[in-house]
Design a protein around this ligand. Sequence first.
Ligand code: G3P
Ligand code: MG
Length: 242
Amino acid sequence: MKVYAHRGYSGKYPENTMLAFKKAAETGCDGIELDVQLTSDGQVVIIHDEKIDRTTDGTGNVKDYTLEELKKFNAAASWNGKYGFEPIPTLEEYFQWVKDTDLVTNIEIKSGVYYYEELEEKTLALVRKYGLEKKIIFSSFLHSSITLLRKLAPEIPCGALVEYENLGNPGYYCEKFDFQYYHPGMKALTEEMVQSCKEHNIPLNVWTINDMGALEQLYEWGCEGVISNFPGVCRGWLDSKQ
Ligand code: G3P
Ligand code: MG
């Protein structure tokens, strides 16, 4: 089973920062999940929310700030000074680091709340610039975003993200729409859904797995991957089973 660090090692470090990504790599995980959005001057940045309020010391929408303006906010602000100042990273900064590692990157296109113009194209252009096509999985809750990416980059696999209203027959759905992975939330996942994926050869990467009971259940069901805030704990438990 593969372990992806959710927003980096976000259980212990400020989510979606270079610090969280580098600390995730140290845990021996297989990959990193991160979220991308677009600044007012068209730069792809790594941040989960459409607003900067929860994770930084600023307020307002990502889309209303230039990159230069966004860089002044502290993405470690909610950790009460423990990690000092961590800027919001650009996807390009992340690629400059990750290209020299073996990590797979699951890029979640955050297009479902505000549909950023050309976020998919700009993200793909950066993947191509760094030659990372073989080490990327695209995913999105907005399936039209990954449908577009399947057209633009057939060589890069996509995962269909679903929240808690999981499909009953996700394997059929993913095969029909040419999505290579299914990325369900754990809360509503059933063994029948896993079985549907198996019947259609669709691997599952399940989120957000932060307790051992959930990890053990997915292991027993034969799921292929987990997305966790504590990647080292998951990796350690899985390695102990082998
Ligand atoms: O990609 C899995 C997970 O990140 C989806 O939910 O809200 O944490 O981006 P969220
Ligand atoms: Mg995400």
